[in-house]
Write a protein that binds this ligand. Structure first.
Ligand code: 5GP
Length: 176
């Protein structure tokens, strides 16, 4: 599938995104109640969501960045997760918040949750995804927090790419 800019339709607008991100941040503020958090942003896709989300969070917070990849071709999952760069500080006794762009098959989410639980005894572990594509799930994993549902579409924008492009779009778009 090729995705041209002129073919893109808007699924979630900039205004809808701004409102929803603030709402999810409020839920996180309620949950953590001022306790310190380590936010782990999964590069590259989650970077736009993460920088918007953390600016609404009101607790002491550190940001870490890791890089994983699971996409084989431009628009389909390879079915396995590659840890491109997963160096993390000591997360023992920390409140860890994973920030992801989209949960699709769920393989990346499961890989990360298992990785953190195998290597650390965290105080709490929460998974916050911008999008949730439940229909394509292959493993039993759900985000604790998410902003929007997506059905079986390949979406771009707000950090999500097609062949490296479109991460800069302020909305979520798709090709009909
Ligand atoms: P999973 O491991 O859950 O199958 O896939 C997670 C990763 O696949 C996401 O972090 C994202 O990079 C990529 N992905 C899954 N669905 C989409 C989509 O609709 N659009 C884009 N651009 N990437 C997607």
């Amino acid at each position: 599938m090729e995705i041209k800019f002129e073919d893109l339709k808007i699924l979630y607008s900039k205004e809808q995104i701004e409102k929803k991100v603030a709402e999810v941040a409020e839920k996180l503020n309620d949950f953590y109640k001022g306790e310190e958090v380590v936010a782990v942003c999964v590069l590259k896709g989650a970077v736009v969501f993460a920088v918007d989300l953390v600016r609404h969070l009101d607790m002491p917070l550190k940001m870490e960045f890791i890089r994983l990849s699971s996409y084989g071709s431009s628009t389909t999952s390879s079915g396995k997760v590659n840890a491109v760069d997963i160096k993390l500080p000591d997360l023992n006794d920390k409140n860890v918040l994973i920030i992801e762009d989209i949960v699709d098959t769920g393989l990346t989410a499961k890989f990360l949750i298992d990785f953190i639980n195998m290597n650390f005894h965290v105080k709490s572990l929460k998974f916050c995804s911008f999008l949730d594509k439940k229909i394509t799930r292959k493993v039993d994993v759900e985000p604790d927090y998410y902003c929007f549902d997506v059905d079986d579409k390949f979406v771009v924008g707000y950090g999500l790419d097609y062949d490296g492009y479109y991460r800069n779009l302020p909305y979520i778009g798709y090709k009909e």
